[in-house]
Design a protein around this ligand. Structure first.
Ligand code: MG
Length: 387
């Protein structure tokens, strides 16, 4: 029996993980859940799946009557989450948190020296080298859950990195990839949240609409697979049946296909190297029509930001990520327009002169410190756009 801890359990990754685990009760047991704010949903999950340890991130939630009469142990805040990760010492930790806020938990999970399934791409973007070094030090096994990176991970099994010619990251394109740039001015928060394929949290939905999500994924892929950014291409594939591809030096291409359902990569990560039933819909090839398009870099300058950040090196990816988080947050609060998101993120490259891009990280605190400085800078630039 393998024990599993799910961080971000009320989000889409967390819910899908619980559904997969439910198919494998004889081999997996979920022993802990954590969520950001939604205490009621978290508590309901704990009851439904008989989980005895939960953590609510929002420290302001006070003890409720449900809690007093329950045998469920409740941890609070980010220190509580770290404590829960250490106490549980689960065989597998699933990190389904969104944003830079997941860094501490990802690091704590790596320190357990067990298998860590990472859907939370921002920490890998911010300080991938640091996290991979820590994983080596603590002998923790990192397996990506992001559908594209899970696909690449699967395609690379049994191959040497030296034989890789190119990684082709598939991109569903979000809701606006085929819209005219003139229409971007009028895009509302609701339009941007409306992803045609995936039902996800707000942050990643906005990132998908600006293609910043793909930009972050270029950095994520470069970090995880040790492949230079100029060997990573992006192709728009609206059906998102092909999750990504690897082209080898002999011209052969391996790809990973399935119905677009996160349960595919989650079950792969849980069972690796074995395959588990995932419960996803099966593909019928005669009903499929797959299309691929070149992305429009003029409409989505975000796509070039990853390669620019990687080529400038140092902590530019962290700064880029911070600027994006500030921009997305302001857009969600309706304080800036949709097009301002692109403008504001581009200032990450101006901010590098006032921030230390060459500092080598030894601790999470150092990373969080630079992140805080970087977000502060982003907010200064944001004053040009807010209304
Ligand atoms: Mg993805």
């Amino acid at each position: 029996m393998k024990t599993v801890l799910i961080l971000g359990s009320t989000g889409s990754i967390g819910k899908s993980t619980l559904e997969v685990l439910d198919l494998h009760k004889e081999n997996f047991k979920c022993i802990g859940l954590s969520a950001n704010k939604n205490f009621q949903a978290l508590h309901e999950q704990a009851n439904k799946y008989s989980v005895k340890n939960i953590c609510i991130q929002d420290g302001s939630t006070s003890e409720t009557d449900i809690e007093k009469n329950s045998d469920i142990k409740i941890y609070r805040g980010s220190d509580g989450q770290s404590e829960m990760i250490r106490d549980m010492d689960a065989d597998i930790v699933v990190v389904g948190i969104a944003g830079a806020i997941g860094l501490e938990a990802t690091h704590e999970a790596i320190k357990t020296g067990k298998r860590v399934l990472i859907a939370n791409k921002e920490p890998l973007v911010m300080c991938g080298e640091f996290l991979l070094n820590e994983a080596k030090k603590y002998q923790s096994e990192i397996i990506p859950l992001d559908s594209e990176h899970s696909a690449i991970f699967q395609c690379l099994q049994g191959s040497s990195k030296d034989d890789v010619n190119k990684i082709i990251l598939c991109c569903s394109g979000g809701p606006f990839w085929d819209k005219k740039i003139e229409s971007f001015e009028k895009i509302t928060v609701q339009d941007a949240l409306n992803h045609p394929i995936w039902k996800m949290g707000e942050k990643i939905s906005i990132d998908s609409s600006t293609l910043m999500n793909k930009s972050l994924e270029i950095i994520e892929a470069s970090v995880l697979f040790g492949v230079d950014a100029n060997k990573i291409d992006v192709v728009i594939h609206p059906q998102h049946i092909v999750h990504s591809m690897v082209e080898f030096k002999d011209g052969s291409i391996l790809s990973n296909l399935s119905a677009p359902d996160m349960k595919a990569s989650i079950s792969y990560g849980l069972g690796f190297p074995k395959r588990l039933e995932s419960g996803i819909e099966r593909l019928s090839f005669s009903d499929l029509s797959l299309n691929f398009f070149e992305p429009d870099h003029k409409k989505f300058p975000t796509l070039d930001y990853a390669k620019k950040a990687l080529s400038l090196g140092g902590n530019l990816p962290l700064i880029l990520n911070s600027f994006n988080e500030v921009a997305v947050d302001l857009f969600l609060q309706e304080k800036i327009n949709y097009l301002d998101i692109f403008q504001l993120i581009s200032h990450a490259f101006d901010a590098k002169d006032s921030l230390d891009i060459n500092i080598k990280f030894d601790t999470v605190d150092e990373i969080l410190h630079l992140e805080a400085l970087s977000k502060k800078q982003a907010k200064v630039y944001a004053e040009r756009y807010t209304f």
